[in-house]
Design a protein around this ligand. Structure first.
Ligand code: ADP
Ligand code: MG
Length: 422
């Protein structure tokens, strides 16, 4: 027997669960697809295309719907001799300026030898090159700017849709499809950009559990062998997906994690227990990644709040976290940050969903203040800040979580911590 053996008991085609897989049909998006299709109809009629703007949270099918419709549009447009359709798709993640987008677009139309570098040209001349390329291409050109919310200045978002009106283009009929995961992006656009870019707006709402269930069922029939999923698996993945964010990607990822766990265990069935464990693992991964990205002061603040929380002190104000935080920084041989910066770390932890925040009113004097508490599994947090715990030492309150844990073999014991002055 070789070192590697095929294990295909569970999966028929695991790749169908991956991000880059394009489902043949989209389920449960009939209304949005109908509106979207109508917005693209002028292309087939040989008319000037609409500019379309799609928005909705991550994982609600915006990119998938766009790929699906444009694939059909290109195939159907090919049936008409008088339509010459070019589609350029660009993901703006990592592109922050109009200048970068414009140079990328120019290069989309050029072949290897004549591409321009992404720096060094005056912006106006890059736009000139772009108009030339577009007119040379001619016909109908659809430019898809996916995740357009990454672009920080709106020059290109103004220039492209208005290129014809401003006499920059004479041959090409251009249409922009802007896609945004960020609701506020649209609000923040200047009125002149909004009116041209968002001619036709389509909102993709979050999926509910029954939408997700349909999406998962469709995907399962491609990805898994028949009857390997326990009946409760799909509803459970769908329920978690709906509870989290109505994000189809998260539900599919969860299903894949459950499938992988089953496969690793050499079982023939994916069970609800695999889903539960898969969810914990994914959650752990996400939180751990978030915490790992913090500075050590972030970890020290978190450790301080965690111990206070375990002692029943939470929710607690920033100024009451401070004495313990200061103590911990000293134990770790660091200088404490000023109170304001320490509070910024609490806010950051709240943004990561690790810490909960409650706004309180000061009473008659009218001020407000915030109180913080831990909002996450203790084991998981301790695991993520392991290095800091090791440096500071093990506080009495977390001891019981570290029984049998290798951390507990450390020499430092903080049970004899001097009480902090308040
Ligand atoms: P968005 O672009 O809105 O962030 P995506 O289009 O990337 O979301 O969708 C996330 C994942 O969920 C993709 O893998 C996609 O194939 C799948 N998906 C989303 N909506 C549907 C749907 N209606 N039917 C089938 N699969 C879907
Ligand atoms: Mg997308």
């Amino acid at each position: 027997m070789g070192l590697f053996e095929r294990d295909t008991e569970i999966y028929r085609d695991r790749d169908a669960l991956r991000e880059d897989y394009q489902p043949e049909e989209l389920v449960g998006r009939d209304d949005e697809l109908a509106t979207y299709r109508t917005a693209l109809q002028p292309v087939i009629n040989g008319e000037q295309p609409n500019n379309v703007f799609l928005y909705g949270k991550t994982g609600v099918g915006k990119t998938a719907a766009t790929r699906y419709l444009l694939t059909h549009l290109e195939a159907d447009a090919a049936q008409y001799d008088d339509i010459n359709l070019t589609v350029v798709t660009m993901n703006c993640d990592g592109l922050t300026s109009s200048y970068q987008i414009a140079t990328r677009l120019v290069n989309e139309f050029r072949d290897e030898g004549s591409r321009i570098s992404t720096t060094g040209y005056p912006r106006a001349s890059v736009y000139e090159m772009l108009w030339t390329e577009l007119d040379d291409c001619g016909g109908t050109v659809l430019v898809v700017l996916d995740e357009v919310d990454h672009v920080e200045d709106d020059s290109i978002l103004y220039q492209l849709p208005r290129a014809r009106a401003n006499d920059n283009l004479s041959e090409a009929k251009i249409g922009i499809i802007g896609i945004s995961n960020d609701f506020s992006f649209r609000e923040d656009l200047s009125p002149k950009v909004r009116s041209s870019l968002c001619e036709q707006e389509i909102h993709f709402p979050a999926y509910d559990a029954s939408d997700l269930q349909m999406i998962l069922e469709q995907r399962v029939s491609v990805a898994f062998h028949e009857d390997v999923l326990e009946p409760g698996v799909i509803p459970l993945c769908a329920a978690y997906g709906a509870k989290d964010a109505g994000d189809a990607r998260q539900s599919i990822d969860l299903l894949m994690k459950a499938g992988d766990l089953a496969r690793d265990e050499d079982t023939q069935t994916v069970t609800e227990d695999h889903v539960e464990r898969g969810r914990r693992e994914l959650e752990r991964g996400r939180i751990k990644e978030g915490i790992t990205g913090l500075t050590q002061h972030g970890h020290l603040v978190l450790y301080a709040l965690l111990t206070l929380d375990l002692e029943g002190e939470a929710p607690v104000r920033s100024r009451d976290v401070r004495p313990r935080y200061t103590r911990f920084t000293e134990m770790a041989d660091r200088d404490p940050l000023v109170p304001r910066r320490m509070r910024d770390h609490l806010s950051e932890l709240a943004m990561l969903g690790i810490v909960s925040v409650t706004e309180r009113n000061e009473g008659r004097r009218g001020g407000t203040y915030r109180e913080y508490a831990i909002d996450m599994d203790v084991d998981l947090l301790l695991d993520a800040i392991e290095d800091t715990v090791r440096e500071v030492g093990i506080h009495q309150s977390v001891k019981r979580f570290l029984v049998d844990d290798e951390l507990d073999h450390g020499d430092t014991d903080l049970s004899d911590f001097a009480p902090e002055s308040r």
